[in-house]
Each structure stands twice: as structure tokens, then as C-alpha cells.
Design a protein around this ligand. Structure first.
Ligand code: PDD
Length: 276
């Protein structure tokens, strides 16, 4: 496989990361995952805009346009002969003698390579389960940063319980999002999801779904659901670049609706697939 390291397109086994890269030592960097369907990236401009914004928020000076990131992503997929899958990219503040404060002259490091992703057809058809985990992350979850320790720990807890994903709650009973996905609930035909604020990552798939709701006049509201609301939901689903629109049938011992993917979720799945 070939990968990008800054301006070099090289074989993966030739790619090295400096021991003192700040991404490695401090998680000091940001990333994106973009889906490719049939040789075309899905919502690439939106991903790149979010990347630029994450960079700005953590003060890494790197211009995504000037650095030709879009072109590089297309090139790396072509070079590796991938037409269906995803690309992973990250930008760190680069290598510097270890010191918490930023280096005076940082050299950001860009890396990108294709990752294999397949539509999880069976899970999307039958739905999956979630487990509740307290949201112990920092308060800038809107930044897609490399600091994924609690997300990783939460996903591991889900895996150990045989669940697909964990569902974060904060402030005792406020539902925020999944460990790597956004959460939606449906009650009496209205679709609810957490407002886009620093408590969640404003997912690109989340935005696509809200856009579908708008275009089709499906009633929706960006509002914080409580644990109690979740117990009363008719339907629930999560969204992400890799899971797309994934029905949730149970959350710990709470059965969602009748325990099967609901009609609103099915409609949204269908309309989402049409866009891909
Ligand atoms: N994760 N919330 C969190 C915490 C996420 O990590 C992700 C995506 C999402 C959904 O965002 P999007 O629809 O833009 O993929 C929400 C990616 C896929 C990952 O870390 O692999």
C-alpha cells in the first residue's frame, strides 16, 4: 500500500513517524475519515471544511486548499486502486523536542492512506445494540482531534458487552452522542438529535440526514434528549461515515420501540443510500 507523508507518496513500510511527533506524544493533531463510493468521495468539501476548522481551533497553521489535500486524497485512492472504501487523514503539529507548549516553528505532518470499509449490510438490516457510558471527554468534542482515549475505552466497553456502540451521557442524564457516531431518536414521528455544539462532533452524516429531513419535510428538532426520553423512544439510530444510518434496537436493557428497526429509520436509510 502507498501512503502520503507530507508531499511524499511512499510505500507504507517506508513511512516513518518521528518519535517526538506531537501527534504521537500529545495527541496534538486532527483527523478525518471520508467515504468513497464507486470512485467518488462522499461530501469531501464538508469533511475538508471541518478539518480546516479543527486545525484552526487547535492553532495548527495549515491551509488544506493550499496544500492540495483534496487532490492528494484522490491520488492516494487511485494509486492504491481503491474505488470503494474510505480514506483516513491526519495532520499533527509535527516533531519537536518534548515540551507541552507549542514549538515556535512547527512543521505540521500530513499523512493519509486508504482504509478498508464495507457497508455493514446485515447490521443495517437488523439493527444493533448500544450500551450507556458516561461521557468523560473534554468539552471540545466539536474538534475532531486525535485524543480518542475515552472514545476508544467506551467502544471497548461496548465490544465487551456484545454491543455495536456505546451511547454517551453527560451531566447525569443528557444524551450526547456515540463513541464514534451521532445519535438520533424518533418519538411520535419527530426526529431528535443533539444540537451541534461543543458537546458533540457535528457529523457529516448527521448533516446529510438533517438535510434529507428538511428536503422531505420530515419534522425534526435539534434538542438534548435525556435518559428518560430514551426510554420512551419509538425508534433510534446512529449515523457515521462508516455506519451510515444504523438502526438501534436496544440500549442496555431498554428495548427501543418494538425492538426492530422502525419505519422512519428505514426511510432515512433509503434516502441516504440514494445519495451515495
Ligand atoms: N467517527 N461523533 C464522533 C465522536 C465520531 O468520532 C464520529 C465519526 C461521528 C460521526 O461523524 P461523521 O458522520 O462525520 O463520520 C460522530 C469517524 C468515522 C471515526 O473516528 O472513525
Amino acid at each position: 500500500m502507498y501512503v502520503w507523508v507530507n508531499d511524499q507518496l511512499i510505500r507504507r513500510d517506508k513511512a516513518v513517524v518521528d518519535m517526538e511527533d506531537r501527534g504521537y506524544q500529545f495527541g496534538d493533531g486532527v483527523y478525518e475519515v471520508v467515504r468513497m463510493y464507486n470512485g467518488a468521495f462522499f461530501m469531501l468539501p464538508e469533511h475538508l471544511e471541518r478539518l480546516q476548522n479543527s486545525l484552526k481551533e487547535i492553532g495548527i497553521s495549515y491551509d488544506v486548499k493550499e496544500q492540495r489535500v483534496a487532490e492528494k486524497l484522490k491520488e492516494i485512492m487511485k494509486k492504491n486502486d481503491v474505488t470503494d472504501g474510505a480514506v483516513y487523514m491526519q495532520i499533527t503539529r509535527g516533531a519537536a523536542p518534548r515540551n507541552h507548549s507549542f514549538p515556535d516553528q512547527p512543521n505540521p505532518v500530513f499523512t493519509a492512506y486508504p482504509i478498508p470499509v464495507k457497508r455493514p449490510v446485515e447490521a443495517q438490516e437488523n439493527g444493533v445494540q448500544m450500551t450507556l457510558v458516561e461521557d468523560m471527554r473534554w468539552l471540545r468534542c466539536d474538534i475532531k482531534s486525535l485524543n480518542l482515549l475515552w472514545n476508544a475505552m467506551a467502544k471497548q466497553k461496548a465490544k465487551e458487552k456484545g454491543c455495536f456502540e456505546s451511547l454517551f451521557y453527560r451531566n447525569e442524564n443528557h444524551i450526547t452522542e456515540g463513541s464514534s457516531s451521532n445519535f438520533f431518536g424518533v418519538k411520535n414521528g419527530v426526529i431528535y438529535t443533539h444540537p451541534a455544539n461543543p458537546y458533540i462532533l457535528n457529523g457529516i452524516t448527521r448533516r446529510a440526514v438533517l438535510n434529507i429531513c428538511q428536503e422531505n419535510q420530515f419534522p425534526y428538532e435539534e434538542k438534548v434528549l435525556t435518559l428518560n426520553d430514551v426510554k420512551q423512544l419509538d425508534e433510534a439510530f446512529i449515523t457515521s461515515t462508516t455506519a451510515e444510518v444504523m438502526p438501534i434496537t436496544a440500549i442496555d436493557d431498554i428495548t427501543v420501540g418494538n425492538g426492530e428497526p422502525g419505519p422512519v429509520t428505514r426511510k432515512l436509510q433509503k434516502l441516504f443510500f440514494e445519495r451515495t
